[in-house]
Design a protein around this ligand. Structure first.
Ligand code: ASP
Length: 597
């Protein structure tokens, strides 16, 4: 007796049929004589009726409990008019039981399997298999499946080959720590789990495969934030004889297919573009949320002209002054401005935020006002496009502090405080012309802003070749050929045109302070390969977990990963990472030592 239908399938047109369903007992409403069960599977719910006319079946039915697995045979009946449930796809029918089998019983549950039960994170993760039964999780994973499927179709249409690359690999530099796997056969040697398939995909291009993609698992041993996972999935792609434009086109097509299949949203294409320099100037960050305006304006020239000490001092020390308009901010309280907004900017180093309100009559109010003439304030308000009824907030400090602080304030205003950002609005933007190098204060050396295989902006190759290696060498002025795809203020993909000239690759390693013997040891196989006829190539890697989470309206990618780890990188269900017995460690030549204090 196999199931003939799923629990989400029967309609009024099926009335009179004899069918068999199988599924889990969602709930049981026992009215003594009459009893109902909602039977659930991935496809939906069907109401099952146990009738008094069959006392022996009803008697067995009384024993059934939540989450038992049943197979139920019976007849499809039309529900009486007042019992029709328009909210349920199967709400016009019910199944009258002739006979049923208990396929499996459930012990008492740690929580109710429905979308309404309030279940703590820890219980959800410990009993993930029960959490997965909830309709919401089933919908999330089904949406993820549709997204990945649509992406695969798009990539195939563009001529990409899906190619698997090794998980047991050698370290690839994406700036995080590696997960290491000790080798049993080669004592003292380790595989690294790939932080991304970066080198392999470039080697695919050298290997003449022309267009590669993979739904690739990446592993990064980072200090975790709430929304990060030690392993995550990227749509990793690489294409030969291609430049930025080719990558953008394919990637936009993949995103369009993903949003269409995932949530039925038709994205407008092409996505807008913005240089890194413009993004920093207008939004103070390289991941602007473009669902709302509130652009930042630099007012250093106007601010420095007045006697206001805070502004003057900052400018005298090489700082800048930038402002943001707060629409309707005249009604903000002192607490809103002096506490709430400042608290947002403080973690980025801001020591204060100056503000000026503009009354409905155009009169200015706020601490800086008495130091400025009316025309000066008018000029500042004009630059910020502030009007009567608004307020303006200013930060004066080093550019890094001003930009980061005001970017956070802008996001807070647009997203939480003023509610200008709508959750079902999806605003993609390409950010281009990133700096190639960043000075690491910690390591006192230059680091790649993206990764060391990223090409240099053609206009800046000469600066790069002549620049020195110290902190003030001007390497930070060198732009790369890297790009990011940003969605609603979140980075969803990074990529670049790659270096295909072994000479330039050597120079970049040199700038990064990687010694020649280190290059040979770590990437020798790759720099060797570059010398055998490498096609120009470029690629990108959108994060699948993040994109699916965002389209479904979740902040946390755990909601779209079947078996995620918690914020401490622990799988609470299996308790990984686990202990290993001494014999196994011995075979690997590995010995645990006491953790230092
Ligand atoms: N490997 C890069 C990353 O994981 C993506 C790329 O450059 O294609 O961010």
């Amino acid at each position: 007796m196999k199931r003939t239908h799923t629990c989400g399938e029967l309609r009024k047109s099926d009335v009179g049929q004899t069918v068999t369903l199988a599924g889990w007992v969602q709930n049981r409403r026992d009215h003594g004589g009459l009893m109902f069960i909602d039977l659930r599977d991935r496809y939906g719910l069907t109401q099952i009726v146990f009738d008094t006319a069959r006392p022996e079946v009803l008697k067995l039915g009384h024993e059934v409990r939540a989450e038992w697995v049943l197979q139920v045979a019976g007849k499809v009946l039309a529900r009486p008019g007042d019992m029709v449930n328009p909210k349920m796809a199967t709400g016009e029918i019910e199944l009258e039981v002739d006979a049923f089998n208990v396929l499996s019983r459930s012990i008492a549950l740690p929580f109710e399997v429905d979308d309404y039960a309030k279940v703590g994170e820890e219980a959800r993760m410990t009993y993930r298999y029960l959490d997965l039964r909830r309709p919401r999780m089933q919908k999330n994973l089904a949406a993820r499946h549709r997204v990945v499927h649509a992406i695969r179709e798009t990539m195939a249409r563009h001529g990409f080959l899906e190619i698997e690359t090794p998980i047991l690999a050698k370290s690839t530099p994406e700036g995080a720590r590696d997960y290491l796997v000790p080798s049993r056969v080669h004592w003292g040697r380790y595989y690294a789990l790939p932080q991304s398939p970066q080198l392999f995909k470039q080697l695919c291009m050298i290997g003449g495969l022309d267009r590669y993609y993979q739904i690739a698992r990446c592993f990064r041993d980072e200090d975790l934030r709430a929304d990060r996972q030690p392993e995550f999935t990227q749509l990793d792609l690489e294409m030969s004889f291609a430049d930025q434009e080719d990558v953008f086109l394919v990637c936009e097509d993949a995103m369009k297919a993903a949003f269409g299949a995932g949530i039925g949203v038709d994205l407008a294409m092409p996505f807008p573009r913005m240089s890194y320099a413009d993004a920093m100037a207008k939004y103070g960050c390289d991941k602007p949320d473009l669902r709302f305006g509130l652009e930042l304006s630099e007012v250093t020239d106007l601010a420095a002209a007045a006697e206001f000490k805070v502004f003057r001092a900052a400018v005298a020390q090489g700082g800048i002054v930038k402002g943001i308009v707060i629409p309707g901010g005249e009604s903000f309280s002192r607490r809103d401005l002096d506490v709430e907004l400042l608290d947002i900017a403080k973690p980025y180093g801001a020591k204060g935020l100056a503000w000026v309100k503009i009354g409905s009559d155009g009169a200015y109010a706020g601490a800086p006002v008495k130091f400025f003439g009316k025309e000066q304030l008018d000029a500042i308000a004009a630059r910020l496009r502030a009007k009567p009824g608004d307020a303006m907030a200013f930060s004066a400090d080093q550019p890094r502090v001003v930009n980061a602080g005001l970017a956070a304030v802008r996001n807070f205003l647009g997203q939480a405080k003023l509610g200008l950002a709508k959750p079902d609005d999806f605003k993609f933007v390409w950010i281009t012309e990133f700096p190639a190098f960043e000075w690491s204060l910690e390591d006192k050396r230059w680091q790649s802003a993206h990764h060391p295989f990223t090409s240099i902006h053609p206009d800046d190759v000469d600066i790069m070749l002549s620049a020195g290696l110290d902190a003030d060498s001007g390497l930070d002025r060198v732009r790369s050929a890297a790009y990011d795809l940003v969605l609603n203020g979140t980075e969803t993909a990074s990529g670049s045109v790659r270096i295909h000239d072994p000479q330039l690759q050597r120079k970049v390693f040199q700038a990064l302070g990687v010694a020649p013997d280190q290059i040979k040891e770590r990437f020798g196989f790759f720099t060797d390969a570059l010398r055998y006829g490498t096609p120009p190539h470029a690629g990108i890697a959108p994060g699948i977990d993040r994109i699916v989470a965002m389209m479904l309206g979740y902040d946390n990618i755990r909601e779209v990963i079947a078996f995620p780890k918690n914020a401490k990188a622990v799988d609470l269900m299996s308790d990984a990472p686990g202990n290993v017995d001494a014999k196994q460690l011995g075979e690997l030549g590995v010995k645990n030592v006491e953790k230092p204090e």
